[in-house]
Design a binder for this molecule. Structure first.
Ligand code: ATP
Ligand code: MG
Length: 558
């Protein structure tokens, strides 16, 4: 850049200086001509005024060294000539343009080559009367004389021109250097910035304005470097976090190419880091996964699903990242969780089965003992055994129901009347209801498609809770509604209610709010779990609304 700048400035300078000298020479030359013209005109006029028949070559010599005077007779012959050494010209002078102009009454100056001397002269002639005749008085001056000084000073001017050019070149080189040097430093620093090793420096040594610009660039670079460092640090942190988490995570762009993938995901797919930038199918060919990702990429549809890869079960979620064209997939390996749950369920089912047989035997033997007992003192113990074995059998029966619901593979739905089932439940619970003097309101009916035993368990557990956890003299409302959206069961009581913190836990197995009270009421904490599982089995919507000390409402939307 410096070389080019230097070349251009020197070239422009040279053109400028040459033009300046050329114009100056031209103006000086023109002025000289004008001056010469005035001089010859003046000389011609004076000589014309002084003309007499005594004028001869010798008298004309005194007029001046540079000026040549020629007296031409009306017939064109030369009467007198101040330059006696002029070659004699035989032809008539009347053909000369200055003589013709004078003869025509329009005297003017003419520059032409002199035939007598062989050099360029400026000529001017005047016609002056003499007696009955007339003569032409002609003054002339050699052009070479006019520009003599100009020609003499030309070498000096050329030397001056060269000196000025050299001086200007040196000066412009120094100035260009001074202006551009800081930019070279900035350029080198910016290169360092791109490699992340920028070192801010006080770049000065140029003109104030340039220093200000370079300083501003330096400041901006400094801010950029800091931001880049921060970004790099954030990126490293993010990479560290992403690669530390056990869940697999990857992000795809609008072309379903992988934009980012963490270590866990690479492990799940048994892939190398080179998958970044490649299509999702390069990672794994799984229709469920690519279908869900395509749905998210094309229709911005978020989804959750299960996936089996290499014998392991994954819970996957596909989500569109807000304000981007990117979609994120998060995968959790739930194989162990599933296996544990399966083992627990199996244990639950097996233990219930194993306990039911001996308990039934104990109950039988107890009944036998009661029938044959003659000792009144033992009756108290026999009653206790009866109560406890009944409680345990109920518990085992609930546990088995839960296992059945969890493992239910097929269901045989039939139309079931909700009013009929509710009636049966109320019959079963009638003694407790009258004991507690509860006011029951029951209205509506609808048929649902389900297994009768499941509907019975559902309705029984909901109403049983509302009876069990109600106050004496409380009320209970059972409503069956039906409209275009479907049918629903609403069971509302004004019992003890459940606090908001407990509401989320009551659906857990064996969870009871007040253990002693539930136990006294005969509760085992499995009722709401059974309700939840029945609803899950049929995809029914279950809602529990409750306020402590006010009451509870359970809604099942079929
Ligand atoms: P089970 O129903 O197995 O005989 P349980 O009634 O104790 O026993 P759940 O039906 O699962 O168990 O209920 C769990 C707990 O939720 C109960 O112990 C009780 O504290 C609370 N609960 C349930 N329904 C109501 C209700 N309608 N009003 C107040 N508390 C309730
Ligand atoms: Mg219950």
């Amino acid at each position: 850049m410096i070389k080019r700048l230097f070349f251009y400035t020197t070239f422009i300078m040279l053109i400028g200086l040459i033009s300046f000298f050329a114009v100056s020479l031209y103006i000086t030359h023109t002025n000289n001509i004008k001056f010469a013209k005035d001089t010859v005109m003046e000389a011609a006029r004076i000589c014309a005024g002084m003309y007499s028949d005594e004028v001869d070559d010798y008298s004309l010599v005194g007029i001046g060294n540079d000026i040549r005077i020629t007296i031409v007779a009306s017939d064109g012959t030369v009467i007198a000539e101040s330059r006696r050494q002029a070659a004699t010209v035989s032809e008539s002078y009347l053909t000369r343009p200055e003589i013709q102009a004078a003869a025509a009454g329009n005297p003017d100056a003419f520059i032409r080559r002199s035939e007598s001397f062989g050099i360029n002269f400026i000529y001017y002639a005047l016609k002056t009367d003499f007696g009955n005749d007339y003569v032409f008085v002609r003054a002339a001056m050699p052009i070479a004389n006019i520009d003599t000084y100009l020609y003499q000073s030309l070498p000096l001017l050329v030397i001056l021109l060269c000196v000025v050019v050299v001086l200007c070149s040196v000066l412009s080189h120094a100035i260009i250097n001074r202006i551009t040097r800081p930019f070279e430093s900035i350029e080198a620093n910016l290169r360092l910035l791109s490699r992340g090793v920028y070192e801010p420096g006080n770049i000065t040594g140029s003109y104030e304005e340039v220093n200000q610009i370079t300083q501003s660039i330096d400041d901006v670079s400094n801010i950029l470097q800091t931001s880049l460092n921060d970004l790099r640090e954030e990126r490293n942190k993010l990479d560290y976090i992403l690669n530390s988490i056990g869940d697999g995570l990857f992000v795809v762009d609008e072309n379903m190419n992988i934009a980012l993938i963490n270590a866990a995901a690479l492990k799940f797919f048994d892939a190398g880091a080179d998958v970044t930038g490649k299509n999702i199918n390069y990672l794994v060919y799984d229709q469920t996964l690519s279908g869900a990702v395509a749905g998210c990429v094309v229709q911005e549809k978020n989804s959750v699903f299960e996936l089996t890869l290499g014998g392991r079960i994954f819970f996957a979620a596909v989500k569109r990242l807000p304000d981007t064209t990117l979609s994120m997939v998060v995968m959790s390996d739930v194989t162990d969780v599933r296996e544990n749950a399966k083992m627990r369920e199996e244990f639950f089912a097996n233990a219930s089965h194993e306990l039911k047989t001996p308990l039934t035997a104990i109950k039988g033997f107890n009944e036998l003992t009661a029938a044959n007992n003659k000792d009144d003192k033992l009756n108290k113990f026999i009653d206790s055994i009866t109560r406890e074995t009944d409680r345990m059998l109920t518990l085992i029966s609930d546990m088995l129901k839960l296992s059945e619901l969890e493992n239910a593979k097929t269901i045989n739905p039939v139309p079931v009347s909700l009013a009929k089932i509710t009636g049966e439940v109320l019959d079963v619970l009638s003694s407790t209801i009258s004991e507690k003097e509860l006011v029951i309101e029951f209205a509506g009916d609808a048929e649902v498609m389900a297994e009768q035993s499941h509907v019975y368990e559902l309705v029984k557990n909901i109403i049983e809770n509302s009876v069990r956890y109600n106050n004496n003299g409380g009320s209970l409302s059972i409503l069956v509604e039906s409209d275009r959206q479907g049918s629903r069961l609403l069971v509302t009581d004004n019992g003890i209610g459940i606090s908001p913190e407990e509401q989320t836990r009551v659906f857990e197995r064996f969870y009871r709010v007040e253990k002693s009270r539930s136990q006294k009421n005969g509760g085992t904490g499995l009722g709401l779990s059974i309700i939840k599982h029945i609803c899950l089995l049929y995809n029914w919507n279950l809602t529990l609304k409750s306020k402590l000390g006010v009451g509870t409402e359970v809604i099942v939307e079929f």
